[in-house]
Design a protein around this ligand. Structure first.
Ligand SMILES: [Zn+2]
Ligand SMILES: [Zn+2]
Length: 303
């Protein structure tokens, strides 16, 4: 809920925890700070403006560091590994939670799931996913779906208006020695190693769901639901991505919907996110198409 600075007693409050109907008119979002830590711009590129006002973009501390442009990337950053199939590390701030994610494989298709609210608003008739379309795997079969959530449950458990989740089959999440998580249809807490690392809370408002967090530093790790027991929501913020926190070489971001946008606490912020994310995603798709067209053209007309 709070961040307290020991040196001067400054107390910061997380924006999602006020006891109010909405934080519109109470909290005004003015900028992104510490973008440098993201390496690739992170989610700051998803929210260029709120309520028609462009957000400031501080490289490090607000008012004391250079302002940077939309689309900034740390050009000096060298990925730690060039092996694109090396498992992806996941860890919390204190490293009590350490896990690995492997690339999608045949077994990744074994998970079964209704559609997530991210792609199909949960009240829609399409939510059941009768043909078990593997929405969690990208079309190129190399990446997992990721997206943003504005639901009240995520907000009250994390303290913040926006939560970023990736959707990864349990069979693709392992301990660092490669051992599988021994989850059951009742959850992951049947695995003693999970219990050693993580605490678990059952949400009072979401039946059949469990949230797992680091026992020591409190970091949010997983959301688990009985409707899809072998497909996990993994907190994107804990992924130690080689190129930047958006981890685009492993994650495909959904651009057309913010999950549970209708539950937004700060409506202006989530509207800014929904619009910015759509623009970011469609700009990226257009760029990729341009790249593919140029490649095809060079094959037809070799220079
Ligand atoms: Zn949520
Ligand atoms: Zn921790």
């Amino acid at each position: 809920m709070f961040l307290e600075y020991a040196k001067d007693g400054q107390l910061w409050t997380s924006t999602g925890t006020l006891d109010a109907e909405t934080s519109d008119g109470i909290i005004k979002f003015t900028g992104h700070m510490w973008i440098e830590d993201t390496t690739d711009g992170g989610a700051s590129d998803f929210i260029p403006s709120v309520d028609g006002s462009a957000l400031k973009r501080w490289l490090v501390a607000p008012e004391q560091s250079p302002e940077i442009t939309l689309g900034w990337k740390d050009s000096s950053h060298q990925p730690r590994t060039s092996d694109e199939d090396a498992p992806l590390k996941v860890h919390c701030h204190c490293n009590t939670v350490q896990l690995l994610i492997t690339r999608p494989n045949e077994r990744s298709l074994d998970a079964s799931s209704p559609f997530p609210d991210l792609t199909h608003p949960s009240k829609s008739a399409h939510s059941p996913n009768p043909n078990n379309e593997a929405w969690w795997i990208s079309k190129d079969k190399k990446r997992y779906l990721a997206g943003t959530c504005a639901c009240e449950s995520c907000r009250l458990h994390t303290g913040f208006d926006i939560m970023s989740w990736s959707f990864v089959p349990m069979s693709n999440v392992t301990f660092t020695d490669g051992a599988a998580i021994k989850g059951t249809n009742d959850g992951l807490d049947s695995d003693p190693r999970i219990n050693q690392m993580m605490g678990m809370v059952k949400s009072p408002t979401e039946e059949g769901t469990k949230r797992h967090f680091c026992r020591k530093c409190g970091a949010t790790v997983f959301w688990w639901g009985s409707a899809r027991p072998t497909l996990l929501d993994v907190a994107v913020g804990l992924i130690d991505a080689p190129t930047g926190v958006r981890c685009e070489e492993w994650l495909e971001w959904h651009g057309d919907r913010v999950s549970f946008a209708e539950e937004a606490f700060n409506k202006a912020l989530i509207k800014g996110l929904a619009e910015g994310l759509r623009e970011w995603k469609h700009g990226k798709v257009a760029e990729e198409r341009k790249g593919t067209a140029a490649e095809a053209d060079s094959q037809v007309h070799p220079s």
